[in-house]
Structure formats: structure tokens, C-alpha cells
Design a binder for this molecule. Structure first.
Ligand SMILES: C[C@@H](c1c[nH]c2ccccc12)[C@H](N)C(=O)O
Length: 401
């Protein structure tokens, strides 16, 4: 499970038995479809999740950019984001492994809510670890997790955000590996997590390939996806990775600036692929926002879902190989794109996804004739914060009615 020099299993010895058991189960059930595991997963994704999601032509954006712009509508998946593809896969795998308890981390709350929904659907008890800082600023998602029957456990170490939540969940897993499976929220962590989460999300790209061929008789010229941990990114890209004539563009959060404050150890962005350095975090060697002493820096983004100091090791590898182009747009570009797509297309994108649309607006010539944007989630969760941010800033948006 290495991606060039990235990836690996940098974990305490105590975690190795759990990791070996998971790798074995992943290879048997996911890669070899033992006991019809993948057939059952596809049935749940269809009947409970609502797959396949549409590939919709964006008529107004196509006119605006003089291209054929298509939207892969993961915002229409049950729960409002691509997250369920991975959560359903991992909870079902836990059942096949004979586990009785599900744990997961969350920061913005999207992965936590997807895991709580999947666990309720598959009748498994779930405990979600969430930083106390995030619990305070993501109340609606805390209610959703509890409504789906999950226990939300506050994490009070460090800054009380995603990074600490992941570490705390890994600690619980090491102590309860007999009956517990850890459903990780992105293509991060020790092998096999990055490969497994990528494979669960790759249904996005598989469907997209079939749909674009049916609609245009062609493969796309460019695929654009936002990148936080990178799960929706790799999910959209994986099917096309060996088709060299398809450009793969990962859009990170440029936050308020790419300049870091070494003293405070704060990066006012989450542009890890563009500005990070190699390091080990959460069990994998990858790229990280770190200061000159190698201390991991706090990240920032107007969108909570992209706010992470690390990134998936496979994405770091593909960027170093030149197969994926890493770009970024700042908070204001994303906020303006949020308004523009809502008004022009009648689709309110997640603020994370708005970064991908922001890139398109700033670089209409950088994308090919057939361009696909992975709409990783819907923006209902962001309405409050976008209204507040829009009032505070001098944004270039059409006045609301
Ligand atoms: C994107 C997702 C997430 C959940 N777990 C992650 C681990 C690494 C990177 C991102 C994530 C989101 N931040 C969340 O809190 O649900």
C-alpha cells in the first residue's frame, strides 16, 4: 500500500493486528467480492443511497465558458454528499468482519453524519468522535448524527478539531479492535485505508465514464474536483487515471492567503498539495502543512470540509508524478462561485465544491471542451455561514432579489 514514497503504515505496534485484519478483509471482500460483498454494497447504494447520481449538462455555465460543462451530482446522494459511498462500504465491511461497533471521526460533520446514517441503516451502534470546537460550530450536523442514533463524543485535546478527532478515534480503535471497526473519513491513514476509501468512492468515476460516453460519445477533456482529504477527488479521478488525455485538476482551499505565519504555526489555507512538505500524519507518509521545525501547522478554510493540514498520500503521489494538477482558489473566489452557480444553474453547491467552480471561473481556458465538475455535496449546510460571510466581505455577487 505505497504510492511512491508516500503511504505506508506508520502506526504503533498495538494497531498492527487490527490493520492486518482489515487489509485481509478489504482484499477478500472488496477486491475479490467474496460472499457477494460488492453486489450487496451496490444494492444498498442504489436502494438506500439513490445511485446512480445524474451527470447533468450545465447549460448556463457551458455558455459562459464556451465549453460542454457537465456536473456529476453527488449532492443528490442520500445525505447530500459523496460521503455515503465510503461510509456504507466500510460499515457493511465491518458487518462482514463480524464487528459489533462502529467508530468514526469528523470535523465539519459530513463524514460523521454519513457514518451515522449508514450505521442506522445497517443496524450497527455508532460512536462519532468530534472536536469540541467543531461541535460548537456544526450544531445541525451534531443533531443529525444523534437523530440517526449515533453517540457524539467530544474530543477536548489540542485545538479540538479534525486532527485531534482522528488521533482520538485511532486510540479507541487500538483498545477495542476485537469488536470495533474504525470508519475513516477520507483517503488518509495507514494502508489499507487510502486504497479502500478510494475504491469505495471510485463508483463516482465509473458512473461518470459511462454517462459521458452515452451523452457525448466521448471521454472528457478535464475533470475538476475540490480536494480536502481527497476522497471525492480520487473517487472522480481513479477511473480516468490511465487515460492520459483526460486532465485531472484538484482544487484546494487557498484560504485567505498562501503566506504562512511561522511564529504562530498557522497556515491561513489548506493548500497542502501546493505548499506542503513531506511528513507523517495519522499513520501515513504524505504531504503536510508544517513549519520549518516540522511542526504540523493549523490549516484554515472558509469551508470546514477542506480544513485539514494533511492530504491523501495517493493524491500527493499523483501530483508529484504530474498526473494530477494541484491548484487552489481563495475563500472569496469560492464564496462568489457559491452564489454564481446557485443563481445560474439552480444548484446550491457545498462550499467545498464551490472551490472547484471558482477555479473554472478564473481559468475558463484551462479546461477542455468537455469538462466535468464533481459536485461533491450540496450547500444547505453552508447557508448561514455564506450569508454572514457575504455581508462581511465586499464580494462580486449579483444582489440577492
Ligand atoms: C472531509 C471530511 C473528513 C473526515 N475525516 C477526514 C480525514 C481527513 C480529511 C478530511 C476528512 C470532513 N472534514 C468531515 O469532517 O467530515
Amino acid at each position: 500500500g505505497r504510492f511512491g514514497g508516500y503511504g505506508g503504515q506508520y502506526v504503533p505496534e498495538a494497531l498492527m493486528p487490527a490493520i492486518e485484519e482489515l487489509r485481509d478483509a478489504y482484499e477478500r471482500y472488496v477486491l475479490e467480492n467474496e460472499d457477494g460483498f460488492m453486489d450487496e454494497l451496490r444494492a444498498h447504494l442504489a436502494d438506500f443511497g439513490g445511485r446512480p447520481t445524474p451527470l447533468q449538462r450545465a447549460d448556463q455555465l457551458s455558455e459562459r465558458y464556451d465549453a460542454e460543462v457537465y456536473l456529476k451530482r453527488e449532492d443528490l446522494l442520500h445525505g447530500g454528499a459523496h460521503k455515503l459511498n465510503n461510509a456504507l462500504g466500510q460499515v457493511l465491511l465491518a458487518k462482514y468482519m463480524g464487528k459489533e461497533r462502529i467508530i468514526a471521526e469528523t470535523g465539519a460533520g459530513q463524514h460523521g453524519t454519513a457514518t451515522a446514517m449508514a450505521a442506522a441503516h445497517l443496524d450497527m451502534p455508532a460512536e462519532i468522535f468530534m472536536g469540541e470546537t467543531d461541535i460548537a460550530r456544526q450544531r445541525p450536523n451534531v443533531f443529525r448524527m444523534e437523530l440517526n442514533g449515533a453517540t457524539v463524543t467530544p474530543v477536548t485535546t489540542g485545538r479540538g478539531t479534525l486532527k485531534e478527532a482522528i488521533s482520538e478515534t485511532m486510540r479507541d480503535w487500538a483498545e477495542n479492535v476485537e469488536d470495533t471497526h474504525y470508519v475513516i473519513g477520507s483517503i488518509v491513514g495507514p494502508d489499507p485505508f487510502p486504497r479502500m476509501v478510494r475504491d469505495f468512492q471510485s463508483v463516482i468515476g465509473d458512473e461518470t465514464h459511462e454517462q459521458i460516453l452515452a451523452k457525448t460519445g466521448d471521454t472528457p477533456d478535464s475533470i475538476v474536483a475540490c480536494a480536502g482529504g481527497g476522497s471525492n477527488t480520487m473517487g472522480a479521478f481513479h477511473e480516468f487515471r490511465d487515460k492520459e488525455d483526460v486532465d485531472l485538476i484538484a482544487v484546494e482551499a487557498g484560504g485567505s492567503s498562501l503566506e504562512v505565519d511561522e511564529e504562530a504555526g498557522v497556515a491561513p489555507n489548506s493548500a497542502t498539495l501546493s505548499t506542503g512538505e513531506e511528513g507523517v500524519l495519522h499513520g501515513a507518509r504524505t504531504k503536510l502543512l508544517q513549519d520549518e521545525d516540522g511542526q504540523i501547522m493549523e490549516s484554515h478554510s472558509v469551508s470546514a470540509g477542506l480544513d485539514y493540514s494533511g492530504v491523501g498520500p495517493e493524491l500527493a503521489y499523483l501530483v508529484d508524478e504530474g498526473r494530477v494538477e494541484a491548484v487552489n482558489v481563495d475563500d472569496e473566489t469560492a464564496l462568489e462561485a457559491f452564489h454564481r452557480v446557485s443563481r445560474l444553474e439552480g444548484v446550491i453547491p457545498a462550499l467545498e465544491t464551490a472551490h472547484a467552480f471558482g477555479y473554472l471561473e478564473e481559468n475558463p481556458d484551462a479546461v477542455g471542451d468537455i469538462t466535468i465538475v464533481n459536485v461533491s455535496g450540496r450547500g444547505d449546510k453552508d447557508l448561514e455561514s455564506v450569508v454572514a460571510e457575504t455581508e462581511e466581505r465586499d464580494l462580486d455577487v449579483e444582489p440577492a432579489s
